[in-house]
Design a protein around this ligand. Structure first.
Ligand SMILES: Nc1nc2c([nH]c(=O)n2[C@H]2C[C@H](O)[C@@H](COP(=O)(O)OP(=O)(O)OP(=O)(O)O)O2)c(=O)[nH]1
Length: 133
């Protein structure tokens, strides 16, 4: 059975929330959409709400999927969902840092190779959202 990892595209005022991974070693220092593994019995939306609370201390509402799922490892699919902040200011509890980036800054980070490789597949979708199309 395949496992799902869910990641959140939190967008506020034309900027996307990115988080810088602290682990594992091959991903440490790279920027990602924050999220984590969906636990048995959870929906992807429930898992994303739990992960963003645990990792960043924020409450979100979860929206539609962005782009297509990406296989990050054998039998592990990564899914991105839109999310909106309801309460709280994101704090990096498990990440090295967080950043709010606009469309140009996101493209520049992808071009520099400092975004988690799987997430770069969503660049066109995220770019369109950030530019309000
Ligand atoms: N959260 C997240 N994980 C990603 C992204 N891109 C990507 O390849 N991954 C990979 C890294 C990890 O192998 C896996 C998710 O790991 P995680 O560390 O975020 O999940 P978790 O919080 O449930 O982790 P854990 O405490 O169970 O170790 O998916 C992304 O944008 N967000």
């Amino acid at each position: 059975m395949s496992r799902i990892v869910v990641a959140g595209a939190v967008i506020d005022a034309g900027r996307l929330l990115l988080a810088q991974r602290a682990r594992p070693e091959h991903l440490a220092g790279l920027w990602e959409l924050p999220g984590g593994k969906v636990e048995p019995g959870e929906t992807t939306a429930e898992a994303l709400r739990r992960e963003l609370d645990e990792e960043l201390g924020v409450e979100v509402t979860v929206g539609e999927a962005i782009g297509a799922p990406v296989e990050v490892a054998a039998g592990v699919d990564l899914v991105a969902l839109r999310a909106e902040l309801v309460t709280g200011t994101p704090q990096p509890r498990e990440h090295l840092a967080i950043a709010w980036v606009d469309a140009d800054e996101l493209a520049a980070l992808c071009a520099r190779g400092v975004v988690v490789p799987a997430d770069t597949a969503w660049l066109p979708d995220l770019d369109a959202l950030l530019r309000g199309e």
